[in-house]
Design a protein around this ligand. Structure first.
Ligand SMILES: NC(=O)C1=CN([C@@H]2O[C@H](COP(=O)(O)OP(=O)(O)OC[C@H]3O[C@@H](n4cnc5c(N)ncnc54)[C@H](OP(=O)(O)O)[C@@H]3O)[C@@H](O)[C@H]2O)C=CC1
Ligand SMILES: O=C(O)CCCC(=O)O
Length: 487
């Protein structure tokens, strides 16, 4: 049993129109701790009907919310932020219990997610319009920005709190009511956010959570209901494409934050100790289960041996265990299915010539644990060159020239995050401009923060979360053509 200072944060019902509700069917599903397999809570299993009611409630609440003075919307967002910060210890325990990541990482995620509420409380006040020079003196061109309208989201289990916060903050700031469907593995963090939203004082219908196991049914309602004007998704590219196609029928505005295949390039002139530090955090954070994790580590031939040795040593120092144990660097993976997917990629790589530099692999601790692994001699014929590993396995590729590194890095359908280490200013400019990615980390292995625009190109999606650009995804531009001025 989780020991919380505020046990009210652990909710099992969903939150619709300011009410905590059970499923119409009365059915529940279990959320389990990936480290122990034990049931943490049984959650009301909602479906399409409850989703429709949430959408109708949000739609009814929308006009008043859009008319709420922006300073009041900002005050509520700020209050929500403060409540999350005040409850970080409890929220982190809930997050680790359902997701598995080490408690310190859970705290980092909560503060990171909350920072979007703080940021967009401020940005809400800066949704500026424009006055444009007209073609003739008898009229004026004025541009105003208005909320898109009812927004629905579907988010994954890897950042159960921050992925929702990153979406709901700009939506509410812009004046759009919001309905979130959390991943069934990790609904508790989302429901805890709703407890605090209610306490912050948001009106009924403005923030709703629909937790349920039937993602296709809930997703179908969200993407087909004409009352929904905006749909935002984080998850795999395959599911993102499907949901985007569903949204096309009612021409919804969409934001898609999809899969990645991040290159992490170490050039001959890099500071190797810094590169190793960056690679460790970038690869092994959240047990390798982030869409911005280094997927392919390219090392220039002159430093390949030296980098490998230092990297191997650092990986050997990582401890796998239960996220509640202070010594743990890497928690369990989310499911045994996720472990099997990683294993299949490793077996394919070994068959195609990879060398084991750190043995790692399935762990005696249980079927969701995976010891960190390093593979050398990787090549572009291996499946892991093209696919997201989403686990604690680091393949090292050797390259000789800058051109080759850029070509291999871009040889993928994805374009989310990329990283490289170099101290040559000319190379830093050339490579930054040559990488076909939404984000480039230069001598940095951690790139996300609320002040910067996060998002991808190519099959990694569209739209940006965070920064001054993030609110645009939730605003429509309206042009006012004002005539009769000369009369
Ligand atoms: N960009 C990123 O951050 C992420 C990338 N991934 C990539 O995807 C792989 C698979 O992970 P997974 O979690 O299964 O990712 P998915 O894309 O399958 O799932 C993400 C979310 O979408 C929901 N979903 C799935 N199918 C549908 C549907 N037809 N209609 C509506 N919602 C749907 C899921 O619910 P449900 O679980 O109930 O199916 C979940 O809440 C990972 O190994 C990784 O490579 C995964 C997560 C995040
Ligand atoms: O995996 C993701 O979907 C987001 C990565 C978290 C971050 O670093 O912002």
């Amino acid at each position: 049993m989780l020991e919380l200072k505020n046990p009210a944060l652990l909710r099992t019902q969903s939150y619709i129109n300011g009410q905590w509700i059970d499923a119409d069917s009365g059915v529940t599903f279990d959320v389990t701790d990936p480290a122990t397999g034990k049931v943490v809570a049984s959650i009301a299993d909602l479906g399409a009907d409850e989703t429709r009611r949430a959408i109708e409630a949000a739609s009814a609440a929308w006009p008043a919310w859009a008319q709420t003075p922006v300073k009041e919307r900002a005050r509520l967002l700020r209050r929500w932020y403060e409540l999350i910060i005040a409850n970080t210890e409890d929220l982190a325990k809930i997050l680790t219990a359902e997701q598995g990541k080490p408690l310190s990482e859970a705290k980092t995620e909560l503060v990171y997610g909350a920072s979007y509420l703080e940021w967009f409380a401020e940005e809400a006040k800066r949704a500026y319009g424009d006055v444009i020079a007209p073609p003739a003196n008898d009229r004026r061109i004025v541009v105003i920005k208005q909320p898109v309208g009812v927004t629905c989201s579907i988010t994954p289990w890897n950042f159960p709190s921050a992925m929702i916060a990153r979406k709901v903050a700009p939506a509410l700031a812009a004046g759009c009511p919001f309905i979130a469907k959390p991943a069934p593995e990790t609904p508790l963090s989302a429901l805890a956010l709703a407890v605090l939203a209610e306490k912050a004082g948001f009106p009924a219908g403005i923030f709703n959570i629909v937790a349920g196991q039937n993602a296709p049914a809930i997703g179908a309602e969200m993407t087909s209901n004409p009352l929904v004007r905006k749909f935002t998704f984080t998850g795999s590219t395959a599911v993102g494409k499907l949901l985007q196609a569903q949204c096309a029928q009612t021409m919804k505005k969409t934001s898609m934050e999809l899969g990645g295949n991040a290159p992490f390039i170490v050039f001959d002139d890099a500071d190797l100790d810094e590169a190793v530090k960056g690679a460790i955090i970038c690869k092994y954070r959240n047990a390798g289960q982030t869409c911005v994790c280094a997927n392919r580590i390219f090392v220039q031939e002159g430093v390949y041996e030296a980098f490998s040795q230092k990297f191997i040593q650092a990986v050997n120092n990582l401890t796998v265990g239960n996220g509640f144990d202070n010594a743990t660097d890497i928690g369990p993976m989310i499911t045994s299915k996720a472990v099997n997917k990683v294993e299949a990629l490793v077996e394919d790589a070994l068959q195609k010539g990879a060398r084991t530099l750190v043995a790692g692999g399935p762990s005696s601790m249980g079927d969701r644990f995976y010891q960190p692994m390093v593979l050398g001699n990787a090549n572009d014929q291996m499946n892991l060159f093209k696919e997201e590993i989403f686990g604690p396995v680091a393949p090292l590729f050797k390259f000789s020239s800058e051109e080759e590194a850029i070509r291999m890095a871009n040889d993928t359908e994805f374009g989310l995050a990329s990283y490289f280490y170099s101290r040559d200013i000319g190379r830093i400019c050339r490579v930054s401009e040559g990488l076909e990615y939404g984000t480039v980390g230069v001598n940095e292995g951690i790139i996300s923060n609320e002040m910067a625009p996060f998002g991808g190109v190519k099959a990694s999606g569209q739209g940006r979360e965070g920064s001054k650009y993030g609110i645009d995804d939730y605003l429509e531009i309206k042009y006012l053509c004002i005539g009769g001025i000369d009369k």
